[in-house]
Design a protein around this ligand. Structure first.
Ligand code: UDP
Length: 272
């Protein structure tokens, strides 16, 4: 296993998905999140693959929830999903506001590499879809070097015409016979694409992973560990790309907290 994780295949045998009830969930801004540990999340993803089921997975952060407040289609998609995982410091703050302890911050950029580690042992096949041309090829090489035995069944960049070319990309995905498709188009495009096309994709898991490919290929630097551990990854991303991200963080972060307080009050008054 990678350094710093205690996960082993032996302890990944709990929390069958079908026994989940409301104690394993919490709700923020009308979206249900799974309230599970890192080990349980990894166990769950493996169960979907091992049982030959089909599920999509979203890692949802404060920015995604801000989008869902304005975009009804996006909100309905997130509400229809079984596996929505809490990503980032914003969700942790929201949990504090609603009086719920966040079990684990499960961002995809940290969780998916743990799944690769397991996949290298269990033979799961991955398809990489998204990011700029060239990124997935570099990623494939790095993955094969880092996780000997991992099977990258195919890859495709994300800059094709999603309206007219998705069907031919899906033909390639299905021909590659992968268990897991990682989709890196950014939110909300990736969740909408997954929702629209998951019925045509034969793989067990389709996971929206945002900027993971850019980070993993080394095209974009990730925040130092001390920043990540203190909920400051957003600040580092803002420092690297202020033009693109100022609205998401400078406007979005306080707006998110305001929305959570307002929503909590509304829910409380509806329940009384
Ligand atoms: N992207 C893509 N196709 C598009 C638009 C974006 O493949 O049509 C990729 C982009 O190159 C980047 C990822 O989607 O690799 C989005 O990254 P971002 O950092 O915005 O994602 P976040 O994690 O913040 O949601």
């Amino acid at each position: 296993m990678p350094k710093g994780t205690d996960v082993s295949l032996e302890i990944l045998e709990k929390v069958p998905f079908d026994t989940m009830d409301s104690t394993n969930k919490f709700n923020v801004l009308d979206i249900d999140f799974l309230s599970i540990s890192r080990e349980e999340a990894l166990s769950l993803l493996q169960q979907v693959i091992d049982r030959g089921e089909k599920e999509s997975v979203s890692f949802i952060n404060a920015d995604c929830l801000n989008i869902s407040c304005k975009d009804e289609e996006y909100r309905a998609i997130l509400q229809s999903q079984k596996i929505v995982l809490p990503d980032g410091a914003g969700i942790e703050i929201a949990c504090r506001v609603i009086g719920k302890q966040l079990v684990a911050n499960l961002n995809g950029t940290d969780l998916i590499p743990q799944l690769w580690e397991i996949a290298a042992q269990k033979g799961y096949r991955f398809y990489l879809l998204g990011a700029a041309p060239g990124v997935t090829q570099r990623m494939k090489l790095k993955l094969e070097e880092t996780y000997p035995g991992i099977q990258v069944a195919g890859e495709h960049h994300g800059y094709f015409d999603h309206d007219t070319e998705s069907d031919s990309v899906i033909d390639e995905i299905n021909a590659a016979e992968s268990n897991v498709v990682l989709v890196a188009f950014g939110a909300p495009v990736q969740e909408k694409w997954i929702h629209q096309y998951q019925g045509k994709i034969d793989s067990n898991l389709i996971v929206g992973v945002g900027g993971l490919f850019d980070f993993y290929s080394g095209d974009k630097k990730r925040a130092p560990l001390w920043m990540r551990n203190n909920g400051l990854e957003w600040m580092y991303r803002l420092y690297l790309e202020p033009g693109r991200l100022w609205r998401r963080y400078i406007v979005g972060n306080p707006l998110f907290v305001f929305r959570v307080f307002k929503w909590k009050k509304r829910v409380a008054s509806a329940g009384s």
